[in-house]
Design a protein around this ligand. Structure first.
Ligand SMILES: *Cc1c(COP(=O)(O)O)cnc(C)c1O
Length: 421
C-alpha cells in the first residue's frame, strides 16, 4: 500500500523524528579507503588492453613495462626520490617486513644485531621484530608518551654501537599522531644507523621529502589513499643494501621477484599523485571537520581525546568514553549507518584493548571504550553533523545498561586523567 504525502509533511515528520532518512557514513579511512574514480579509470586499461607481462618483448608487454616505469617516476617525484629507489611490493605489510628483515639480515653480517622501534608501531613492524627476536636479534621498544609522540632524545639514548636499524612510524594508524621524523632521522644519521619509517598513514597528510628529511627506507601502500589494495612500495635510498624477502625472477632489478601488478602499480601512482597534490588544502579541510567532531563529542561527560590534539592526522578522531565497551558502540553506530572502529582493524574482533592505547599509559578499562573515526576527502560536514547527532544518545543508552558505568557513578570516581611518565 502506498500513501502519498507531500514534501512539507515529510519535512515535518523528519523534524519530529517520526521517520528517519537512511544515511551511510564511512568514517574508517585509516582501515581502508574507496578507490577514487580517477584511480579506477587509470587502472582499467591495464586489465583488458595492456595486459601483457612487463617482462615480455612484444608490444602489449612493452606497454605494460612503460606504464610501470612511468608510475615509478611519478611516485619518485612526489617524494623527491630517484625512480631507481622505488620498489613495488604487495603493500605496506610486505614493505615493512622487507625493510626490517632485509636490513637486519644484511647488517647482522657486520655483527650489528640491535634494533630500535616504538611500542605503538603497526603489527607489520612489531611482529617482524618478534620474528627477528626469535633469531637472536635484540629489540628496544621506545616508550610512547601520553601524547603519542616519540622523543628524539630518548631515541639517541637508546642507540648502541651494535644498533643496526631504527624503525619509527611516520603517523600512527590509531591515534593519528605525527612523529618528528626529520629529527629522529637526524639522530640516526649522526650515529650512522639506518632509518626506516612506515609512512602508510602519512602520505597525503604530511609533505614527504625523503632526501631533506633524511629517510633511508620508507613503506607506503595504495589502499589507504584511495588506491587499490594489494599494491604498495618500499623506498630504498641508493646505496642501502637489503637482503631480498621474495626470491624468484629478475623483476624490480632482481630485488623483488614476482610478475608486476601493472594495474595496481598504475593505480598506486595515480593515488600517490592525487594524495600529494594539495596537502595544505586537504589538511585545512579535514582539520576543520575533525575539530568539529572532537568539540562535539567532548561535550559527552567523561570523554577523552587520545593522542596529541594538533600533532595528528587531519582526519583522525580517537576518543574514549568511560563506562562503555567500544564493541557495543561500534555495533550501535553501524545500525545508524556509521562505520568506525575501536582500536585498529587488525585488533577489532579480539577482546584485547589496542596496544596503541595501552602504550600511552591508559588503563585497560578505559581503553576498551575507545572509538576511532577517520575522515577522508569523501566525507562532508553533513557526515560530521550526522555522527554528532547519533553518537551522544548511543553513549547515553549504553551507559544506562553498563554495570561499569554504574560502578563509576556509585564510587563517585574522578574522571580519568593521563599521567605522563
Ligand atoms: C594499513 C597499514 C599497514 C599495512 O598495509 P597493507 O597494505 O594493508 O599491508 C602498515 N602500516 C600502517 C601504519 C598501516 O596503517
Amino acid at each position: 500500500m502506498y500513501i502519498k504525502i507531500d514534501h512539507k509533511t515529510i519535512t515535518l515528520l523528519l523534524k519530529k523524528k517520526v521517520i528517519a532518512l537512511e544515511r551511510f557514513v564511512y568514517a574508517d579511512n585509516s582501515a581502508t579507503t574507496a578507490v577514487s574514480q580517477s584511480v579506477m579509470e587509470a587502472m582499467l586499461p591495464y586489465y583488458r588492453e595492456h595486459y601483457g607481462n612487463p617482462s615480455s618483448l612484444y608490444s602489449v608487454g612493452r606497454d605494460a613495462k612503460k606504464a610501470v616505469e612511468t608510475a615509478r617516476e611519478d611516485i619518485a617525484r612526489c617524494f623527491n626520490a630517484e625512480p631507481g629507489e622505488i620498489f613495488f611490493t604487495s603493500g605496506g605489510s610486505e614493505s615493512d617486513n622487507w625493510a626490517i628483515k632485509g636490513a637486519a639480515h644484511e647488517l647482522a653480517k657486520k655483527g650489528k644485531k640491535h634494533i630500535i622501534s616504538s611500542r605503538f608501531e603497526h603489527h607489520a613492524v612489531l611482529h617482524s621484530l618478534d620474528a627477528l627476536k626469535k633469531e637472536g636479534f635484540e629489540i628496544t621498544l621506545l616508550e610512547v608518551h601520553s601524547d603519542g609522540i616519540v622523543r628524539p632524545e630518548e631515541l639517541e639514548a637508546a642507540i648502541r654501537d651494535d644498533t643496526a636499524l631504527v624503525t619509527i612510524m611516520y603517523a600512527n594508524n590509531e591515534i593519528g599522531t605525527i612523529q618528528p621524523i626529520p629529527e629522529l632521522a637526524a639522530v640516526c644519521k649522526k650515529h650512522k644507523v639506518l632509518f626506516h619509517t612506515d609512512a602508510v598513514q602519512a602520505v597525503g597528510n604530511v609533505p614527504i621529502d625523503v632526501k631533506a628529511q633524511g629517510i633511508d627506507l620508507m613503506s607506503f601502500t595504495g589502499h589507504k589513499i584511495h588506491g587499490p589494495k594489494g599494491c604498495g612500495a618500499l623506498y630504498i635510498r641508493r646505496g642501502v643494501r637489503l637482503q631480498n624477502l621474495i626470491d624468484g625472477g629478475a623483476q624490480e632489478r632482481s630485488r623483488r621477484a614476482g610478475t608486476e601488478n601493472t594495474a595496481g602499480i598504475v593505480g598506486l601512482a595515480a593515488a600517490v599523485k592525487e594524495a600529494t597534490k594539495d596537502i595544505p588544502g586537504r589538511v585545512a579541510r579535514l582539520t576543520k571537520l575533525r575539530d568539529k567532531l572532537i568539540a562535539g563529542a567532548s561535550k559527552i561527560d567523561r570523554s577523552h581525546l587520545n593522542g596529541h590534539p594538533t600533532k595528528r592526522m587531519a582526519g583522525n578522531f580517537n576518543m574514549c568514553f568511560e563506562g562503555i565497551e567500544g564493541e557495543s558502540l561500534l555495533l550501535s553506530l553501524d545500525l545508524k549507518g556509521v562505520c568506525g572502529s575501536s582500536g585498529s582493524a587488525c585488533t577489532s574482533g579480539s577482546l584485547d584493548p589496542s596496544h596503541v592505547l595501552l602504550s600511552l599509559g591508559m588503563p585497560h578499562e578505559i581503553a576498551h571504550g575507545s572509538l576511532r573515526l577517520t575522515l577522508s576527502d569523501e566525507n562532508t560536514e553533513e557526515d560530521v553533523d550526522y555522527i554528532l547527532e547519533v553518537l551522544p544518545p548511543i553513549v547515553e543508552r549504553l551507559r544506562s545498561m553498563s554495570p561499569l558505568w554504574e560502578r563509576i557513578q556509585k564510587e563517585n570516581r574522578p574522571p580519568f586523567q593521563f599521567q605522563d611518565r
